[in-house]
Design a protein around this ligand. Structure first.
Ligand code: 6GU
Length: 404
């Protein structure tokens, strides 16, 4: 038997003129977490803090305009009451739901789940007198956040509080038994979830995708990842970070300009640190290129940059080996570490070859003798190791004849 922790993991206070609106917090997982003592949720009626016969909470706006404004006095007394219940200086973080706030996201839900105490102030009508926010911040010393569920208007904050308490509460340790189910979810890593199926395998003439019945876990993982990517692209392209969509085909290759230099230098440093590790040496000229070196190289070579979704994801440089020679040198071919192995390097290589002027008969490049992935890609692209000493220790030279 487990002994319940005497202190709940999180306390939540909600102030509203419709306390009954929050009764769903007694149900389901959140209700169980309350019963188990993991969440201490207390709902307060704002009208209990009025002093007139009609229990008035609103009045007309100064300066005119539509609708009514929530009066400062009941709100300040309600917040004072909530804060007074804290022990030894503890204070809640105050969340005011409203369409004018910062967006409520999984990231914010995670942040709020780390707070020991949250207080929600549900506004109605056009909102709460601005001085209530000042009172909360300046007199009570609360951190105040206005938070919106999305770009649409609700009649009040109560529905939003239900959503936020559910999203935050389920992240509080112990509320959900299987912590793994928290990880494999839409939004947890920036992509939407893959489609899911259960028995029977054939239902009303509709089949479960065969790969899921194959028992091939690698194939299943690859299929699910592709489903997530495609679904996110279709439904929420705004979520699709460059790194998820890039497959070597949706990149744009353009001539590098001085504006590319800072990003280019950073990308090159990242790529050549990787090379330094693979080849166990710091003696690689590319690794030591400074910002100024990269800037100057734009004048002495033709540099190309690959961008995807605005992000610089690869680069390559070309130069005629001898002023009037027939060899085209391809150098500094690099691809962002998270995007390697998707064909982008090959595309940059083909681009570098395609820009060679008439009279070029061979392509030459260098790479680390132990840079296995690079060597494999270059050989597949038709390059052959040649017995020419490379200009750099530990490097090898590869050559390819131009076709036609
Ligand atoms: Cl948090 N409150 C209200 N009143 N309307 C909203 C909202 C919140 N989020 C979107 N619309």
């Amino acid at each position: 038997m487990t002994v319940p922790d005497p202190r709940p993991a999180m306390r939540v206070d909600v102030v509203s003129i419709f306390p009954d609106y929050l009764s769903p917090l007694d149900l389901s997982l959140i209700g169980k977490a309350r019963a188990d003592g993991l969440l201490d949720v207390r709902v307060h009626d704002l009208r209990d803090f009025t002093h007139d016969r009609h229990r008035t909470v609103d009045d007309t706006p100064y300066g005119g305009g539509a609708g009514m404004v929530m009066k400062p006095q009941p709100w300040s007394e309600a917040l004072d009451h909530v804060v007074a219940q804290g022990h030894s200086g503890a204070k809640p973080r105050l969340i005011v739901p409203g369409p004018g706030g910062q967006r409520f996201t999984q990231t914010l839900a995670r942040e709020l789940a780390r707070e020991p105490w949250l207080a929600f102030a549900c506004g109605r009508y056009e909102g709460i007198d601005e001085r209530v926010y000042d009172h909360a911040r300046e007199d009570l010393g609360l951190e105040v956040s206005v938070v919106s569920l999305g770009d649409y208007v609700l009649n009040g904050g109560e529905v939003a509080v239900l959503a936020m308490v559910e999203a935050v509460g389920r992240l509080v340790p112990g509320v959900i038994g299987n912590a793994e189910s928290l990880v494999e979810e839409s939004h947890e890593d920036g992509l939407l979830e893959y489609p899911i199926y259960t028995k029977p395998a054939s239902w009303n003439g509709r089949e479960v995708p065969p790969v899921l019945l194959s028992g091939n876990h690698g194939a299943i993982a690859a299929w699910r990842h592709e489903q997530r990517r495609a679904r996110t692209a279709a439904r929420r392209p705004d979520l699709l970070h460059a790194s998820h969509g890039v497959d070597g085909t949706d990149v744009e290759i353009t001539a590098a300009t001085p504006a590319d230099v800072p990003e280019l230098a950073l990308l090159m440093r990242a790529c050549w640190v990787q090379e330094a590790v693979a080849n166990d040496t710091l003696d690689i000229p590319a690794l030591h290129e400074s910002l100024d070196d990269v800037r100057e190289s734009l004048e002495t070579t033709q540099t190309w940059v690959a961008r995807s979704g605005g992000r610089l994801v690869g680069a390559v440089r070309t130069v005629r080996t001898e002023p009037d020679g027939d060899d085209w040198f391809i150098g500094r071919l690099c691809v962002a570490p998270d995007l390697q192995g998707r064909g982008l390097g090959r595309r940059l290589l083909e681009h570098a070859e395609s820009t060679a002027p008439d009279g070029i008969r061979t392509f030459t490049l260098n790479t680390g003798a132990r840079s296995a992935d690079n060597l494999r890609m270059y050989k597949k692209a038709g390059y052959r190791l040649v017995d020419v000493p490379a200009p750099i220790p530990g490097a090898v030279t590869l050559v390819k004849r131009r076709r036609g």
